[in-house]
Structure formats: C-alpha cells, structure tokens
Design a protein around this ligand. Structure first.
Ligand code: ADP
Length: 500
C-alpha cells in the first residue's frame, strides 16, 4: 500500500490529500462550504454538508491518482477544533447546525460561570480560559434551546462530537464514537492531567456523560471505513485537532519548538513535552498529542481572526478578487499611513480575552487608500501573532529566535516578511505548508507501521523560505506601540458593550 489519505476538515473548506511514503503530496482535492451567520457574532455550519463535502473530496483525490481502497494504508483525520455537533444516534441526523468555534452565542453563559468563580478551577483542570470558544457551553446551548433535546440526551439518544468524532462516526457508519485527546482537550469538559471527562464540569454545564465520545490516543486504529464509501475497508488510524496536527506535521517533537499557523484563525503552539505549563500571560495549556498511553502538552495562543480578515476584504468589502492579491496591494504602498485594523470580529482571544470586543479600524484620514486598508489587514495578522509570541516567551522563559509557519496565508511573502520584522525573529516556511494534513497523515501512518518512527518522518521536513528581520528595533517598537493603542480601543469598546 502506497498512500496515506489525510482528511483536513477546516473552517472554510474541506481538503483531502494523499501522501506517499516520503511525505510528498501526490493528489489533493478541496471544496469550500457554506458559512451561516444567523445573527451578529454567531457562526454555524451544516454538519451534513461537511460530511458530504469531505467524502466527495476524499473520493476525488483518490480518483485523481486512479487508486482504490487497497492502495491506501490508512486515513488520518484532522479538523477545525471545538466546533460542536449533536446528532441523533438512530437516524444519524444532526439536531441543529454545528456551532462553530468562532460563535459567540454562549458568551453570557460563560460570564455567569466566571461570576460564580469557576475560572481558576476550569483553568486547573482543562488548561483553558473560560470562553464561548470551547465546546462545553455550545453543547449546553443546544440542549437548552433545541426542543426535546435535553430529554433525548438524558435517554441516551443523542451523541455529541467535535468534527473528528462526527467524521469518524460517519466513516465507520456509526461503529466508532470516539475522539482523540487533543480534540477532547478543547471541550472545556476534559481534565488534561487525569485524561478523562470531568464529572464536575459535566454537572456545571448539565451535559449527560452518555452523549460523550470515548477518548483515545491521537495515533491508533479507531475503526475501519464502511466498504461502501471507498470500495473497501480502510483503517482510520490518526486524529488530532488541526493546530495540534500542524505542530506534529511541522515535526515540533521537542519541548521548546514552536509553529505558527495562518489559516482562518491564527494559532501559535509551543511543544512543552511531558510538562503541562500553566500560563500566566493569557495562553492556553492543551494536549499536543497522545501516542500510546503518553501525552505531550503544548502552550497555545489562539487568535480568532487571522486569514479570515482577508476573506472579509474579499467577500464583504469586495476589495479583492482573490486572497493572494492582498500581497500585490500591500506592497504597492510604503506603509498604512498610520491606519491600524483590529479584526476582533468574534471578540479577542489570546492574550487579551475579551468576548465582547469587535473589529476596529483606527487612524483613517481622507487620503487613506484601498491598498493601505489591505496592508493594515495583513499587518494586523502579524501583530496579533507578535502579541502571542511575547506571551509565549514570558511563560516559557525562552527567547524565540525563529518560528516555523504554515497555513493558507503563510504563502503571502509580504505577510511573512512583516511578521519577521515585528517579531525581530526569523520566520521559517517549510516546503510543505499543508502541515495540518501532513500531521494527521503522520499520526495515521505511525499507527499502522507505514512509517517506522518520528526520526523517519523528520527526514521529510524541508525549508522553502527564510524571512529575516530588516527593520531597526526603534521602528519595530514604534509600530507595536501604535498597534497596542489600537487594541486598547477595541478592548475598551468590548468592555463598554458588555456593560450594555
Ligand atoms: P482553514 O484551514 O482555516 O480553512 P487555510 O489554511 O486554508 O484555512 O487558509 C485560508 C485562509 O487564508 C483564508 O481566510 C484566506 O483568506 C487566507 N489566505 C489564503 N491565501 C492567502 C494569501 N496568499 N494571502 C493572504 N491570505 C491568504
């Protein structure tokens, strides 16, 4: 068997990639799917769309190579994290749209929990900061708001899953109701130290334990695909949340190694090895990977809107025909003319955490141009990551000299150079920026013996480009000062809105 099939179910699109023994991409298929914004700050997906689209692109990738199930050694699944699906065990139909990680609808529920003094306990158990971002409050919302849901859940008729769970359940036609430790660690219901669902948090959110999936390692055989889907059985042997998969795909296997992803959101993760490091600077502690009965931990800075700000310029403001054109416009101007954009469309995540903050553009003048606005959006992506990087340096005590990057927007050379400039550190982009899919493939391939060990995998990793800082320290500081002023405006707006 020559290939590993990776299913990369992202926030805006589903991808399927076939990797060969050398970790090279042999075929890829991708499809965007519909986003639903039923109210300001709310985001939903149709989980049935996600499954259908994911299956379609998987079949397309296999057709491109003219291969069948017997050519595929295993499937690895990676997914947008936290997004919550609740479905009927009998019919397999979701009882509500999937509530997406970006969705803010449960912010008041979280406020209440914070008011009751749960913050420290939640942080100690789950490594997370109470926020509407995580799955726990989203499940509670569905049970509280969909007619008859709570009763059915209590009768054991409903199942919960993050997208990994939903896909594996469908791939195995209901045989496996499982999740992996990395995805479990994003629910705010999972004790990352004891490695089990936490009864006290289940009680807090009134979630019946019988609807939760079984938690497994990230690299193990969860089941096999029903023969109908691909014309034969394929073991499903790897699963991890997209950011943890990218960390693994970037071969950040050692404590202190860092990757930064520029997808819909922006996520910087540092492997901290066997030690769960508690953050004092607004970062999350999360499970990086589980292999066998061992888990490794990571520190994470999550930025809700990263590449998505470019998508907004494209789809809502119609300033761009395609996201990559942002590079052309950004390099047409010297600077933004003092304009800063804070893309807090769904609140601000790390390291500030403000659920009610919203987007802001400051410093506009009559001469502000379209190109400057576009440049301000790209710069914002880099500034947000710089804030996370600073927090990570504080928490870990490590001075980050270089970071490894990936994700759709990491292909933007202007953005990567600007990132290097505002960080004052080297930005290293690997040849394969599909590290999320690659990480899931690695996990699946290791589980079935397609690859021997991490050493073998590491030999596949190659540099594409290095971006080195080019601006003086004084200029860097001035730019960051302006950014922090802009963030301050967005935070104050958030605080004001919360009062209302
Ligand atoms: P996800 O996996 O979260 O769906 P991707 O890693 O595919 O996201 O990245 C897609 C995001 O990156 C989109 O929001 C898109 O606007 C942005 N993007 C893609 N290419 C570029 C580019 N060349 N410059 C800037 N942004 C880009």
């Amino acid at each position: 068997m020559k290939y590993i099939l990776s299913l990369d179910q992202g926030t805006t699109s589903s991808r399927a990639i076939l990797f060969d023994r050398h970790g090279e991409i042999c075929a890829m298929a991708q499809e965007e799917f519909q986003q639903f914004y039923p109210q300001p700050g709310w985001v939903e997906h149709d989980a049935r769309d996600i499954w259908r689209g994911q299956l379609k692109v998987a079949r397309q990738a296999m057709e491109k190579l003219g291969i069948t199930a017997k050519d595929v050694a295993a499937i690895g699944v990676t997914n947008q994290r936290e997004t919550t699906v609740v479905w009927d065990k009998e019919t397999g139909q979701p009882i509500y749209h999937a509530i997406v990680w970006q969705c803010r609808r449960t912010a008041p529920m979280i406020d209440e929990i914070v008011k009751q003094g749960w913050t420290a306990r939640i942080k100690a158990k789950t490594g997370l900061i109470p926020d509407a971002y995580f799955s726990g409050s989203k499940i509670a919302w569905i049970l509280n708001n969909v007619e008859g849901a709570r009763q059915k859940a209590e009768e054991g008729k409903l199942l919960f899953g993050t997208i990994d769970t939903w896909l594996i359940w469908n791939l195995t036609q209901g045989k496996a109701h499982v999740t992996d430790v990395t995805n479990a660690s994003r629910t705010m219901l999972f004790d990352i130290h004891k490695k089990c669902w936490d009864p006290e948090l289940l009680e807090l959110f009134k979630i019946p334990a019988c609807m939760l999936p079984e938690v497994k390692p990230s690299s193990c055989v969860y089941g096999t695909t029903a023969p109908y889907w691909f014309g034969g059985e394929i073991p499903v042997a790897g699963a991890a949340g997209d950011q943890q998969a990218a960390l693994f795909g970037q071969c950040c296997f050692n404590a202190g190694e860092v990757k930064s992803t520029y997808g819909t959101g922006g996520f910087m993760l540092m492997n901290t090895g066997k030690k769960a490091v508690a953050s004092k600077s607004g970062l999350l502690t999360t499970i990086a990977v589980g292999i066998g009965d061992q888990v490794e931990y990571a520190l994470e800075g999550s930025v809700f809107v990263s590449g998505a700000v470019v998508q907004w310029l494209r789809d809502e403001l119609r300033l761009l025909d395609a996201s990559p054109d942002s590079e052309y416009f950004a390099t047409k101007v010297e600077d933004t003319g003092g304009v800063y954009m804070v893309p807090a469309f769904t609140g601000i995540g790390a390291p500030y955490w403000n659920q009610y903050s919203r987007g802001m553009i400051v410093g506009l003048t009559r001469s502000t141009t379209k190109a400057q606005l576009i440049r301000a959006a790209l710069e914002a992506i880099a500034y947000q990551t710089a804030d996370v990087c600073e927090a990570m340096e504080k928490d870990s005590g490590i001075d980050l000299k270089s970071i490894q990057v990936d994700g759709g927007a990491s292909k933007n050379n202007f953005l990567m150079q600007f990132q290097s400039d505002v960080l004052g550190a080297v930005v290293c982009r690997p040849k394969c920026v599909e590290t999320t899919a690659l990480g899931a493939a690695f996990l699946a391939g290791l589980a079935v013996g397609f690859w021997k060990d991490k050493e073998e995998i590491k030999s596949f990793w190659n540099v594409d480009s290095l971006f080195r800082p080019t601006i003086p320290e004084k200029q860097r500081k001035k730019m960051l000062d302006g950014w922090h002023l802009a963030v301050d405006c967005a935070l104050r707006w958030g605080d004001g809105m919360k009062e209302k």
